[in-house]
Design a protein around this ligand. Structure first.
Ligand code: HEM
Length: 342
């Protein structure tokens, strides 16, 4: 059917602000230079209002697009910057339009049209940067298109530690099936409990029972990351925490999974701050993902975005897992990818 190949309506809508923001500026500038500002005061106001509506529609459709399309891990940082720049464009558009209509009504100061015009010029810059990042999403990372555009760089994998494969780009994967000895998880650094507290079920690969809570991490600091974990928490009473930006047990970001809930949040000075919560379904194996890129934090279940939050950017920290509960937990793999803007 017509347009059914389009992943979302964002690419259709963005052309409105891209045209209207510069048009509003140009018409306003020409009218001021030709001293026709009075005659054209309403059309200029309509142009500013229309570009504000266009930016708002682009912003809202962009949020919907960002939450629904598949994003290449390395594109997450560009997406976060794109969304932040879009927020600036929206904010400046609100100020320009409000100032313009207020000035038409009150006429407080004769220099005001030039202030509005300057802000409108700044907004063109902000919009160009926003669109540049949007273009990168599509033409550099192939976001929302059927074929990937950028050639995949195949990193050379090496087995760097027991059951862990590391790549030269900093990504690594722990795989339960590669654990051979009695004691599993020996590649990780334990800050609570120890590897002996996670007992492998001899009959089922990837299933473990816990004797006490454990917290273990990978000994490398990361800034922006994607972390994927395959879990079965059906028979586990407690919580599994995927954490990143870990500084201490009093300071880290988390995606917390229990039998019935998924929460995204941050521990600050030992205090828990929840950004978003969603119901978890109690199926067997599920794939959970946490992404930290800039000030954007996301949690996925089986590739579907379920929780989304924003927070200040923290200093780089470690990534790892906390298993706190009793019963049998299924943990097949842990995979992290460092996200960078190169
Ligand atoms: C002022 C508001 C915005 C403008 C002007 C804008 C502009 C653009 C542009 C020019 C593209 C490239 C389209 C193409 O070449 O096909 C794009 C793509 C994209 N933008 Fe935005 N954008 C805005 C807001 C947002 C927001 C707030 C988000 C999400 C948080 C977002 C997410 C995306 C995504 C995911 C794409 C990839 C293509 C797609 O799936 O639609 N945008 N944007």
């Amino acid at each position: 059917m017509f347009l059914d190949w389009l992943p979302n309506i964002h690419p259709l809508i963005i052309h409105a602000p891209i045209v209207l923001i510069p048009l509003g500026f140009l018409v306003h500038l020409i009218c001021l230079l030709l001293k026709k500002g009075e005659e054209w005061k309403i059309p200029i106001g309509i142009l500013y209002s229309a570009s504000l509506l266009g930016v708002l529609a682009a912003f809202l459709s962009g949020r919907q697009a960002g939450d629904s399309v598949t994003i290449h891990p390395q594109a997450n940082l560009v997406l976060s910057e794109h969304a932040d720049l879009a927020l600036w464009t929206l904010g400046i558009s609100v100020i320009v339009t409000t100032l313009y209509w207020s000035w038409i009504r009150i006429r407080m100061w004769s220099g005001m049209p030039w202030v509005i015009l300057t802000l409108s010029l700044v907004n063109i810059g902000s919009m160009i940067l926003t669109a540049d990042h949007g273009g990168q999403l599509v033409y550099r990372f192939g976001t929302g298109v059927s074929l990937r555009v950028e050639k995949e760089i195949i990193a050379k994998p090496v087995q760097s530690a027991p059951a862990v494969i590391s790549n030269s780009d900093g990504s690594w994967t722990w795989d339960a099936k590669m654990e051979t000895g009695e004691k599993h998880f020996t590649s990780f650094h334990f800050i609570e409990g120890e590897a002996e507290n996670i007992i492998s079920e001899s009959k089922k690969s990837g299933y473990y029972s816990l004797t006490e809570p454990v917290t273990f991490l990978w000994d490398k600091t990361e800034t922006d990351i994607q972390m994927d974990v395959q879990l079965d928490v059906k028979s586990f009473k407690g919580k599994v925490v995927l954490f990143h930006h870990f500084k201490s047990l009093d300071q880290y970001d988390f995606l917390e999974i229990s039998g019935d809930e998924i929460s995204l949040g941050r521990i600050v000075n030992g205090k828990r701050e929840v950004m978003d919560t969603e119901k978890n379904n109690n199926g067997d194996w599920n794939r959970y993902r946490v992404i930290s890129s800039g000030r954007h934090y996301k949690g996925f279940m089986n590739e579907k975005l379920v929780v989304h939050g924003h927070g200040s950017i923290l200093d780089p920290g470690r990534v790892g897992l906390r298993l706190n509960g009793s019963g049998t937990i299924g943990l097949l793999s842990i995979k992290t990818i460092s996200i960078s803007n190169d």
